[in-house]
Every structure is written in C-alpha cells, then in structure tokens.
Design a protein around this ligand. Structure first.
Ligand code: CFM
Length: 544
C-alpha cells in the first residue's frame, strides 16, 4: 500500500530510505532496525529493535531514568514527600511539569505542589552529600510528619557514591513512624525513563505494597495499574468504576496515596492500562498474593466498554454484569451523538503518534472512532513486547543496560498468598475468551504498509512530516513547535495541551471535539506569508 499524502506518493520503503539518507552508514544501519514497515502478517509479527541506547548526537524524544522514577511513578502520589538528592535543576524541572492531577480529599495531605531538593553544591560533590541528605530528610520530617519520604538519586549522586539507602534506613529507624526509602534512579542508569519505572516499582513493591492488611469495603475490588491521572483521566475512570459498583483499591499511581499502595494486595484483580510502565508489578502481585491480571484500556469509548465487560466477566456475577451493561447503555448515547456530528469532518484524515510507551497504541482507538487512520506510530521507550506482544518476552536479549536494572525475586507470601480463582476457574474463563497476562502489542493493530518507528528523533520527525504530510501529529512539548512550523497541527498526548480528560466516555467526547478543532482549523492554510506566495510586489511611487 502506498501511504496517502497530499503532495507526492512515496512508498513506505522510499520513505524509510529518505529518512536514512542523511546518516553516516553505521548510524543508518542501526536506525534501520528501529524503522519497520508493517507487513500485517496474520501468523507472526515482524521484529523491531527497541529499548536500546540512543545514538549519541541524535536529538531523541526520550527522557531520563530519574524522570521515569520520580516524575512518572512516584510523582502522582500526594502524601509521600519526594525528596530529590541532587543539584536543584533536577528537582526544579520535574516540579509540576507532568499534568498528573490529585484529589487530596478530606485530609488535605498533598505534597505535590512542593519542590523538595538537597540542592547539592560543588563542595557536596567533592566531600560527599550524605550529611546534607540526612539534614534534608530531618527537615522534611519536622515540617510535615509525612507517612513516607522517598529519596531520589540524580546523576552526580551515583557518580560520587553517596549511600542513599543506608541514609534512608538510618532515618527510618530513627523516626519510627515514617517510612523512608530511596531509589537508585540516576538519570544515566538505563537507556530511557523505562528503567526508572522499573526501579520505582521495585521499591514500591518492597517498601510499601502489603503493609496494610485492613480489609477495604466493596464487593468487586480491583487495582488499576499504569494509570497516572494525566489531565484527570483517572477521575473519569473512577467515576465510571463507581457507577458500575467496582471498587478501585489502588491506582498505580494516578491520584494515589500511601495507603492505596499499602492495601493493593487486598484487591481481587489487577487491571493493567499502561503495559510498559507496570506489567512486572502485575506479575509480582500475582506471584506474591495470588491476584490475576488482565490488560485493559480506557482510552476510547468502545475500548472502555470492552474493558468494563472484561472486569464483569472476571467476577462473573450477574448483578455486576447487568450494572455494567446499564452504565454502558447510559453513557454511549452522548458518545454516539458526538461521533455523528464530528466523524463526517474527520473521516479519512491521517494521524501520526509518537508518544512514550503505551499511548502511541491506545490512542489509535480514539482515532479509529473518528474514522482517522494512523499512518505512522511508535514509542519513545517501549520494549519489543509493547510492539510485538508478550510472547516475545522469553526471547528478549539481555544486554549490559537491562542487566543494570534490578529484577527482584518474589515468592508466594507464606500467610497472605490466596489464589483469587482456582486453576479450573481461570481455565474456563480463558476458554470463554478472557485473556490473562496478555498483551498483543501495537503492531498487530497497524495496517499493512504503515511505518512503526522506535525512538523517533527530531530529524526523522521532520522528514516524516515533510514526506507524508499527515493531518495531525501527536507527540510532546519538545516536538510541538517544530512540527507546527511545518504547517501541521500538533496535539500533545503527554500533557494533553492543558485539556483532558480523554479517558472513558466523557473523555472520548472531549477528544473528538479537540481533534475536530485541530484538523479542521483554517489557520494552517495561512502558513505562507504574502511575499512567499507572490515574491514580486508591485508598487508605484507616490509622486507619480
Ligand atoms: Fe505509560 Fe504514561 Fe505512557 Fe509512561 Fe510517560 Fe505519560 Fe507517556 Mo509522557 S507511564 S508509558 S513514562 S502511559 S509521562 S502517563 S504520557 S511518556 S505514553
């Protein structure tokens, strides 16, 4: 299939060739393995290179390991003090820059608006920063008496070798009523923020999960893993779950609190939204406590309905299933009304999606509902399983970078392990079509001849837009203005450009309206200045 575009027809192979042309041969060879022309095979998914180091000199869209740990996973938890051990910039630039919202509720305990840092100076780098760190932990404790203090290592801390874990342990013992724990999440630790997710989740699992055995109310208890409440997505999902009578024990980690993590082991099902950032936590919850997991997706109205039905099927209770159907029936008319008006205007338009490690896949659902085609997509830091599906996991290459990230050994908890479903029950649910521990990845949902590109960079993004001229490009703030300068509307799918929520039913309607506004805006037709269109200006002298 030739990729449709307005100016010229390029075959996918030509697009790939054009993108690689400028690189030195070695770089071109390496990048070629990360650019895949989808063959849409029914029996096997083509292999893509992913989760490898960005080539030095290339302007990547990725972030660092510290960003994945402090910003992504721990950032949305309101009642833990997040103390950054490092130079002030690392804390300052991670301060309220991700739009993870929270609702502090009645207690009002919310440290998210604060920016905590040890503010390391030259002398701390030379003589060591442990004393300063201890003093900062003490100060945070004296001021706030929080339930927990999390300490994050930045690059210099790893380089000088401050033992943040020993300091955290010492302070935890000293306080007695405050859980202090640390993360070795130096920015350079992995090839992207994905390593930071892993480091964060391991520590949450070790230090927090399972520390509160108190039984929570509710009949159908789930955990929502990999939902970060960006632009209020989590609020919309919680609204829907509540309507259905499903109790969300813990969200990892949107709108979360210390106690949610501590109680996560009391849920009966884990629902995984963002596979990339959290799939191993789902596995650990199953191994240690016996909680099965399923993949869900609340991005897209149809996907939301499907995910709710999966939860209903798992619990298998008629009252719950009926209630879920009633909620879907009540919510869908507003969605349909919006689609009926908007789809005629968006049908047939094209989009490109280059976001993180899961949205580049999830948002294809919403574009599909608008009749729009995703012509090229890719993750910044997804792994091969996020592209090709989980069956590739046993064959993933372990390299020096992945070996750098600790894999924690988890065993069944001697007292609290309780399989929520028997082996027979799981089997019959599987036979009825409910898939456990499964994610098929992004590639199977892409059309033949579309381009799947891992770790797209600034140069390639511009080239891609120039060649294919999509109607919309979706990525982040770093890409926004360079793409818009090429005359293509750009939607931020990390921060939602101050919009959202886009999850659930209400979110879908918000998204349709936003995309309609973007792809049908006349402003892009005025991109050329008058002298670019008519370089010869005619004029007369005033005295003539
Ligand atoms: Fe998961 Fe995320 Fe994403 Fe991610 Fe992120 Fe994000 Fe993202 Mo930005 S956890 S992988 S590290 S869904 S911050 S909420 S939008 S890159 S696609």
């Amino acid at each position: 299939m030739a990729i449709q575009n307005k100016s010229a027809q390029w075959t996918p192979a030509e697009v790939k060739e054009e993108m690689l042309k400028k690189y030195p041969p070695k770089v071109a060879r390496k990048r070629a393995s990360s650019i895949l022309i989808n063959e849409a095979l029914s029996n096997t998914t083509p292999e893509i290179q992913a989760n490898v180091r960005t080539i030095p000199g290339i302007i990547t869209m990725r972030g660092c390991t510290y960003a994945g740990c402090k910003g992504v996973i721990m950032g949305p938890t309101r009642d833990v003090v997040n103390l950054v051990h490092g130079p002030i910039g690392c804390s300052f630039y991670a301060w309220l820059t991700r739009r993870n919202q929270t609702d502090p509720g009645e207690t009002g305990e919310n440290y998210m608006p604060y920016c905590f840092s040890t503010d390391m100076q030259d002398s701390d780098i030379i003589f060591g920063g442990e004393k300063k760190l201890k003093a900062a932990i003490q100060e945070a404790y004296d001021l706030f008496h929080p339930k927990g203090i999390a300490v994050f290592a930045t690059c210099p801390v790893g380089l000088i070798g401050d033992d943040i874990h020993a300091v955290a342990k010492e302070m935890k013992e000293k306080f007695g009523d405050c859980n202090v724990f640390a993360f070795s999440c130096e920015g350079y630790k992995g090839v992207s923020q994905s390593a930071g997710h892993h480091i964060a989740n391991n520590q949450i699992f070790k230090h927090l999960v399972g520390t509160n055995d108190e039984k929570k109310p509710g009949e159908y208890k789930i955990n929502l893993l990999g939902e970060y409440n960006i632009g209020g997505d989590g609020f919309e999902i919680d609204r829907i779950l509540k309507l259905c009578g499903i109790s969300n024990i813990a969200t990892f980690s949107g709108n979360s609190s210390y106690d949610q993590f501590a109680s996560a082991h009391t849920a009966d099902l884990s629902c995984v939204m963002c596979h990339r950032s959290i799939n191993y936590v789902a596995d650990m919850l199953e191994t240690k406590f016996g909680i099965p997991w399923i993949k869900v997706n609340f991005i897209g109205a149809a996907a939301t309905a499907k995910s709710l039905r999966k939860i209903g099927q798992y619990f298998g209770d008629k009252a719950l299933i009926d209630r879920i159907e009633a909620v879907i029936a009540a919510e869908m008319p507003a969605v349909k009304a919006a689609i009926d008006v908007i789809k005629p205007r968006t049908q047939g338009k094209t989009a490109m999606l280059f976001v993180g490690g899961s949205r580049a896949h999830h948002y294809m659902e919403l574009f599909g509902e608008l009749g729009m085609k995703t012509v090229s997509t890719g993750y910044e830091f997804g792994h091969r399983d996020d592209y090709e599906g989980r069956e590739v996991i046993p064959n993933l290459k372990v390299d020096a970078d992945s070996r750098n990230i600790e894999e924690i050994e988890v065993e069944a908890d001697p007292k609290r392990y309780a399989p929520r479903k028997s082996a027979e029950e799981l089997k019959s649910l599987e036979e009825a079509g409910l898939e456990f521990k499964d994610y098929k990845g992004l590639i199977p949902d892409m059309d033949k001849g579309t381009l799947v590109i891992d770790d797209l960079n600034q140069y390639e993004a511009e080239k891609l837009v120039e060649l294919i001229k999509p109607d919309l490009f979706c990525a982040g703030i770093k890409e926004k203005y360079s793409i818009q300068k090429l005359g293509i509307p750009m939607k931020q799918l990390h921060s939602y450009d101050y919009g959202g929520p886009y999850a659930g039913f209400k979110g879908a309607v918000n998204f349709y309206k936003e995309i309609d506004r973007l792809v049908n805006s006349k402003v892009w037709g005025y991109m050329k200045a008058p002298w670019q269109e008519n370089p010869e200006l005619s004029a007369t002298y005033v005295w003539e």
